[in-house]
Design a protein around this ligand. Structure first.
Ligand SMILES: Cc1cc2nc3c(=O)[nH]c(=O)nc-3n(C[C@H](O)[C@H](O)[C@H](O)COP(=O)(O)OP(=O)(O)OC[C@H]3O[C@@H](n4cnc5c(N)ncnc54)[C@H](O)[C@@H]3O)c2cc1C
Length: 556
């Protein structure tokens, strides 16, 4: 076992294997590539590794990754990685396996939620070891940076303004610390020093010493240096919406030489960014969080030179001759040869007495991961029977005491993927109630009681939080009359344009596959009529759209 070096504070990587030559070889290879930023420690057994981790913990040091061999006497790699989660919950955990053990490793990975597996031998390491470890460390860093906050947010837990500020910071990956006025004595002390009254919350204390009182997301973005203004006067491609479809178009557009700008009204990632774990996206056998997907896509688009403007809402679309122009909420305009509509969908609101008044005060739409932390030990309710509700239930079950999933229909089978149904069945503190809906929500300034209507009549339930996932409607109010939509507001494209009753296609050529009734304006992802509503299809359409935009530009 190598002892932790108390004088150096670099985060540690820990490799564990009972075969000394293998152990030395992994340590050597990892040091060669990551030695400058990380200390590479080793242990010859699970027991030694556990001791070493506890020692690191006692010293308050960081552990970024544990890489453990599966076949070890005494304690298997999976057992050790499960134990590692208790000591360093944020450390990435990967299994080292022989080819013959791959199936067993994948099963164990699903069970123990391990981040990845690597196969022995890993030669050449440039291809078979470093890329995976780099990815894992990138994800760890994105999470770990939260321990060094950029901002401190002080507010009331059940205040929509505080919720909005925290959600904005979390989704834009700005490390922040949350101080709840009711629970944290430090919060009142800071407010007194800054002379901020309780009706001006949330207050955001920035690293440079300045304080913002009840800031809007746009103010926060400006002060934190997030890009909100376009750099060019004219673009080849203006993308509206920064979910998977928009981000994919930004990556392909910019990488293929188009001057590309993406406008997003909240934070990159879209609905996918709210997902605690996307398990069915190709190439990520153990799933990845929506936040990680959004971060990777955002960085990739930036690397190719796309401009990404956040906290800017698009409110209008017009055609001026060959130019396509979008208007932002503040009145500014962005002009380009082409526009991609990738504005996705938003959750439908739950229509029951009392619900609207409690939105942001215990009633949340989407997985609102920032609120999940506050649910420790409590009863929380998830409304909905589709995959998004299932994922949220699984995620919340790790924090909450009890999760009640309310489903209108008589089973989950029709609406949820089988893998999620199986996961939910295996989690003890999740209870699924079918044929049950919310009849009313009550609470004085914050949710405290729900009235449920079930097959046996009405029932009262004490609950401080309810997360609602009941279907979605498209964000298309802004697209104007020249872009044809179906009766529900989804945008028509390609072959569907011919059937668009009020919109005559103006050109001799047929519209391209993802082109709308307005030539040069394309659509991709969930917002499209008859779209599939999956991350992979949104990504596929976003990337395909760039191909059609090239053809449009060539013809124009
Ligand atoms: C909790 C949850 C879990 C999910 N899990 C999975 C899963 O495991 N696997 C899977 O395949 N799919 C999953 N989905 C579905 C998947 O996330 C969506 O199909 C996908 O995100 C659609 O991508 P999109 O880019 O078309 O739209 P969206 O993701 O909806 O993104 C649209 C973006 O446009 C922005 N926008 C909207 N209007 C404007 C405007 N006027 N101006 C500027 N910006 C605007 C929005 O803020 C948003 O960021 C999940 C969805 C949710 C909510």
């Amino acid at each position: 076992m190598t002892a932790p070096d108390a004088t150096v504070r670099r985060p540690a990587l820990l490799v564990v294997d009972d075969e000394p030559p293998v152990l030395r070889a992994v340590q050597r290879d990892l040091r060669g590539r990551f030695g400058e930023e990380y200390r590479v420690l080793r242990a010859g057994s699970g027991a030694e590794a556990e001791e070493l981790m506890r020692e690191l913990r006692r010293r308050g040091e960081a552990l970024a990754l544990v890489l453990a061999d599966q076949r070890m006497p005494g304690m298997s790699g999976v057992e050790l990685l499960e134990a590692a989660r208790g000591v360093f919950p944020k450390a990435k955990r990967a299994l080292l396996t022989a080819y013959a053990d791959t199936d067993a490793a994948i099963a164990a990975i699903n069970r123990a939620q391990i981040d990845y597996y690597l196969q022995k031998p890993w030669d050449p390491p440039e291809e078979r070891l470093y890329p995976t470890v780099e990815d894992l460390l990138g994800d760890w860093q994105a999470d770990a940076v939260l321990s060094d906050p950029e901002a401190r947010v002080i507010g009331h837990r059940f205040s929509p303004g505080s919720h909005e500020a925290r959600d904005f910071l979390a989704r834009n990956r700005v490390p922040y610390e949350w101080l709840e006025l009711e629970r944290d004595p430090e919060a009142q002390r800071l407010l007194d020093i800054a002379g901020i009254a309780a009706d001006r919350l949330p207050a955001v204390f920035l690293r440079d010493g300045s304080v913002l009182e009840a800031p809007t997301p746009l103010e926060l973005a400006g002060r934190l240096g997030l890009p909100t203004q376009a750099e060019l006067d004219f673009y080849d491609l203006v993308i509206v919406g920064g979910g998977p479809a928009g981000l994919a178009a930004a990556v392909y557009g910019a990488s293929e030489g188009l001057r590309t700008v993406l406008v997003e009204r909240e934070a990159p990632g879209g609905q996918a960014g709210q997902s605690s774990r996307i398990e069915n996206y190709l190439g990520f056998p153990n799933g990845l969080s929506g936040a990680d997907l959004a971060r990777r896509a955002h960085d990739q688009a930036r690397r190719f030179g796309a401009e990404l403007l956040t906290v800017q809402e698009v409110t209008g679309l017009a055609a001026r001759g060959p130019q396509r122009v979008v208007t932002l909420a503040g009145g500014e305009e962005l002009a380009g040869h082409s526009v991609l509509i990738a504005t996705g969908v938003a959750y439908r609101r739950l229509d029951a007495p009392g619900v609207e008044a409690l939105e942001g005060r215990g009633v949340y739409y989407g997985a609102s991961l920032v609120e999940a932390e506050a649910c420790k030990g409590q009863t929380v309710v998830v409304v909905g029977g589709a995959n998004s509700a299932g994922q949220a239930a699984v995620y919340l079950s790790r924090k909450a005491g009890r999760v009640l999933v309310l489903v209108r229909g008589d089973s989950l089978e029709k609406s949820m993927s089988q893998y999620l149904i199986a996961q939910i069945a295996a989690i003890e503190n999740i209870e699924v109630r079918t044929q049950t809906s919310v009849a009313a929500a009550e609470g004085d300034g914050q949710l405290d009681t729900l009235r449920l209507a079930g097959p046996d009549g009405e029932e009262e339930l004490a609950a401080a939080s309810m997360f609602v996932f009941i279907g979605a409607a498209p964000y298309t109010d802004w697209v104007g009359d020249r872009v044809g939509r179906d009766a529900r507001g989804f945008v028509l494209a390609g072959p569907d344009v011919a059937g668009a009753a009020d919109h005559r296609w103006p050109l001799e050529r047929d519209p391209f596959l993802l082109e709308t009734t307005l030539p040069g304006v394309f659509v991709a992802g969930d917002v499209r009529h008859r779209s599939i509503k999956r991350v992979a299809s949104a990504v596929g359409e976003g990337s395909m759209s760039v191909q059609f935009i090239h053809q449009y530009l060539a013809d124009a």
